[in-house]
Design a protein around this ligand. Structure first.
Ligand code: NAD
Length: 356
């Protein structure tokens, strides 16, 4: 039997879930607020043509919990939230974004939105016409624009830290790296990898994205989706959607490191975290290394400074090494180690607040 919304909220520790519907703009959205101990729940809005409403709900719940951990481990004073809009990407319209902006506004800042899959800085601009609780608005409107370059840079430094742990040297020159999904983040990541001299392979379901990437970067090789786990590679970088690290893919994987941008890469962290350890694959926790975009949009809220943002994103390198060390010393998988650090900060700050 399927679990009810409240059972799921209880299981994952959510504070609030908001269902939004507007027949005029064809809007069906779910805003999930996971935890506001550290501050307003900030997280992007994903627009996706979900197979069912329950798939959309579970996605919103899992993604918002990930945002809580991402903010906590990154030292940000923000809570975790995320929203999903159930629609075909071709259905995007000004009316849909503005109506959605009104729903966000009705939460009075408890939830702050931003970009995610299938949403753009232009869409954030429409939202900003109806609410101030939006980040990642275009630069010409005083915002910090697309967060993807910062996310990609964070993933790149997390990848270098993983290389350091695995090979004692963080150079990626000559390493074979497969970037699965060359959208916003994936293409910036390919740029960093190409500059570093890595041998880059890409895979995407969108031919246009493949062409854009191969036109921009020389020497990039294209791999069919069905072939990616047959490839002998040094690093697998999932930069499309979640749950690509599962029992089937792990059994085929021929790579010592997984480090990518996608959220919720492990289909089931309790099963697949330990499975990766057993197979000797070093997994860079997703919410730790893909925090660059969040660090960037968070900076919009308290006076944007590019250098400070880059410095904060670079801290992902040391944090990744710390997590690997904790994983080794406490004999826990790397996602569990990252979760432990994030949960400790949440508990510590909740205790501080309780005493005020
Ligand atoms: P995007 O939509 O721009 O790019 C995703 C790409 O993946 C697209 O090109 C799409 O065609 C491709 N794709 C989808 N399914 C695929 C499949 N099965 N195989 C291969 N390719 C596939 O999204 P993005 O902004 O680049 O984000 C990528 C991932 O990183 C998402 O999981 C997102 O949640 C996560 N993320 C993004 C940011 C950010 O700053 N944009 C921040 C944190 C996490």
């Amino acid at each position: 039997m399927q679990q009810s919304v409240f059972e799921l909220m209880q299981q994952m520790g959510h504070e609030q879930v908001v269902f939004c519907h507007d027949p005029n703009s064809d809007l069906n959205a779910i805003i999930a607020i996971h935890n506001t101990t550290l501050g307003s729940a900030l997280g992007g809005t994903r627009l996706w043509n979900y197979n069912s409403h329950s798939d959309a709900l579970v996605d919103a719940l899992r993604l918002s919990r990930g945002m809580t951990y991402k903010a906590a481990i990154s030292g940000l004073n923000l809570g975790g939230g995320k929203a999903v809009i159930i629609a075909d990407p071709s259905m995007k319209s000004e009316a849909l974004w503005r109506r959605y902006g009104k729903f966000v506004n009705s939460l009075n800042g408890k939830y702050i939105t931003a970009e995610d899959v299938n949403t753009s800085a232009r869409d954030m601009e429409y939202i900003s016409l109806e609410t101030e609780f939006v980040t990642g608005v275009p630069e010409y409107m005083g915002g910090s624009g697309d967060p993807s370059p910062f996310t990609a840079y964070g993933v790149f430094v997390g990848m270098k830290a993983s290389a350091k742990k695995m090979w004692g040297n963080d150079s990626l020159s000559g390493k074979k790296v497969l970037v699965q999904g060359v959208g916003h983040v994936g293409q910036y990541l390919v740029e960093h990898l190409s500059k570093e001299g890595a041998k880059v392979y890409i895979s995407d379901i969108n031919e246009g994205k493949i062409k854009e990437t191969t036109d921009k970067f020389e020497g990039v090789e294209v791999i069919a989706g069905s072939e990616i786990f047959n490839l002998e590679m040094d690093i697998y970088a999932p930069c499309a959607l979640g749950a690509t690290v599962n029992s089937e893919s792990i059994s085929k994987m021929k790579c010592p490191i997984i480090a990518g941008a996608a959220n919720n890469q492990l289909a089931d962290e309790n099963v697949h975290g330990p499975m990766l350890i057993e197979k000797g694959i070093l997994y860079a926790p997703d919410f730790l290394i893909n925090a660059g975009g969040l660090i960037n949009v968070a900076a919009e809220l308290d006076g944007y400074n590019h250098e400070r943002v880059m410095g904060n994103v670079e801290k992902i390198y040391d944090r990744t090494l710390d997590i690997y060390n904790l994983s080794a010393s406490d004999k826990i998988h790397t996602q569990a180690a990252a979760t432990r650090i994030a949960e400790k900060r949440l508990t510590d700050i909740a205790n501080v607040k309780a005493r005020l």
